[in-house]
Structure formats: structure tokens, C-alpha cells
Design a binder for this molecule. Sequence first.
Ligand code: UT7
Length: 329
Amino acid sequence: MEKVQAGILGLGASLPETILTNKDLEKKVDTTDEWIRSRTGIKERRIASPEETNLSLAEKAGREALDNAGVSAEELDLIIIATVTPDMVFPATACLLQDALNAPTAAAFDLEAGCSGFVYGLTLAAQFINNGSYKNILVIGAEVLSRITDWKDRNTCVLFGDGAGAAVMGPVDQGGFLGFEMGSDGGGGEFLKMPAGGGAIPASRESVDNRLHYIKMDGNQVFKFAVKAMARSAKKVAKNANLAIEDIDLFIPHQANIRIIESSAKRLKIPDKKVFMNLENYGNTSAASIPIALYEAWKEGKIGPGDKILLVGFGAGLTWGSCIVEWTG
Ligand code: UT7
């Protein structure tokens, strides 16, 4: 069977209007704008209104990506939402979106790979297109992390934000998805987790009193893991795609911390002008961070036909994932 080349046909994004600045956070917890900026690079983040949900953010981003791709919802074969904050444990938010978009021929599921989820989703979608089983696939990273953020924990609450980014993938004549590399280290799962709400610790008065329905993180451990994993994975994906790191035109890493990004770029010898960052405006939006950054890079004219874009994610699991996409649009 001949391989069908997969590429990105269109992008979309959606961000809540409410802005929470570092100064606002100074009033909530014992922190300072100076600490947050110098340790993370974040200045502000977006917070979903009570009416907004994972579905509403995903739907807005998804509709824009479909418009930009010139693909209708009726033509979709699959919808994947990468998220750690679905509307419900089940049914999948992707199924709610399939109904909202009226996409009768689309299969749908959520994918949980922490902040690496969008790269995992693109990679999965590329395989279905490569082997000819599906044509048009909507891949979304969407998060409402504010709903699982402990606003009393200064170690974590200054880091996260809400938003969604979307890509429509489909067959392309040349370029497109050139390669991937993914991995996991479940032994580090304890460093970043939401302990309760699943089958192990179902919701109870005790689980709520103990604040177990919020993100718990050992920041130092995740930091050390991230720097190593990003550089290692980026080198491997370049090799898988028969490219050198110097061939990369734009590096779009998971937007968690400016120090992690700068340190990874340094290890990879990628110059600053090839590194895209928007974390100062949105904080860490987990699975949504890479697609939102990709969308903004495209909107700002930083991506042109033939450009090779390196996407690298890392996060809860622990997981990591990289892929290289040659821009065709
Ligand atoms: O998507 C993946 C998700 N996670 C990440 O990517 C996170 C990776 N980790 C990080 O980004 C960093 O580890 C953090 C930004 C979370 C923390 O930065 P750090 O330089 O590793 O700081 P630290 O945890 O070593 O804390 C240094 C100090 C501590 O005080 P003491 O013990 O030295 O007195 C903390 O209690 O800073 C204190 N601290 C704060 N101070 C003011 C921690 N959070 C805050 C805060 N404001 N918000």
C-alpha cells in the first residue's frame, strides 16, 4: 500500500477573555510578580468564565481550524481531544464535540498524555492518514486547568492557564508530517498528578477536605526531567526524519517555563530567533500550549511554505513527544 503523506491543513485557537495577571495573584497567595516572571517567564494567563468549558473552548478552536482548512464537519473521519481537564470523565469531550459540530461520520475520543497530548494526537492522526484509513482528522488540545488548580498553593497556581488550539490534518502532496518520537516514564508519575476523582480515590468528603482534586506537583523533579527529555527527544525526532537540528526553521516547545525552554534550546544549539514563545501571555495551558503557540506563530507570519517546524512536549505521565512538520499551507 502506498503511503499517503499527512499534513496540517488549517489551524484554530480559542482563549478565554478573562486575564489574571501576576499582580492579581499577589492578592491571592504569598507571591510576587517579580518571583513569577524571573522563575517562569509568565506575566499573565487566561481563565475560563463559569460558562466556558473544555467543550466550548475546543469547539471554537475546532470551528476556526475547519474554516481555515476548507474542510466541513461532515467530512471529518476522526476527532481527537488531548486534555487532562475533560468536561466529564466520560463521555469523552470529543464525543460532545462530534455532536456539537454535527460530524456524523467522525469517530471521537479523548487522549490523555498530559502536556504531550497534542503531539501524541498529531502523531496518531498522521498514522491513520498515512495508511489511507482516514482522510480528515481534527486534533485539538483543550484545557480548563483553572478548574483543577489549587488557588491556595503558590507552588502551582501561578503557572497554569486555560485555552484551546486545533489543527485539521489531511493528505498533502509534499512535506507535511515528517516524523515523530514519543516516550513515557511512569515511574515519575507521582511528580505531577491529580490524585482524586478517578477509581482509586473517588470523590468523598475526605478527598475534598484533603484537597486531592487539585494538581500536585514536584516542580524541581519535573523541571529536571523536562530539560533532559526535550533535548533528547528533539535529537531523536530529527534523526527519525533524516534531518539535522540546523534544518529546523522554528522550534515550538511546550510553553511551561522560559528557563526550561531556554535551557533545551541551548542544549540543542537552536538560536533564539528560531524559538517561539508566548507563555508570558498564557502561562502553561498543558495540552493546549503547543497548538496555541503554533496558531500564533502562523498568524504572526513566522511560518511559511517549506518551513520545518519542530514541536516538542513533555508532561504528566511522565510523557514526552516530538514531531516535525513541514508547512504546506
Ligand atoms: O507542563 C509540565 C508542568 N510543569 C512544569 O513544567 C513545571 C516545571 N518546574 C518549574 O517550572 C519550576 O520548578 C517552578 C517554577 C515550579 C519552581 O521554580 P524553582 O526555581 O524550581 O523554585 P523552587 O521550587 O526551588 O522554589 C524556590 C523557592 C522556595 O522557597 P525556599 O524553600 O527556597 O524558601 C519556594 O517555597 O521559591 C518558593 N516559591 C515561591 N515564592 C514566591 C515557590 N513558589 C513560589 C511563588 N512565589 N509562587
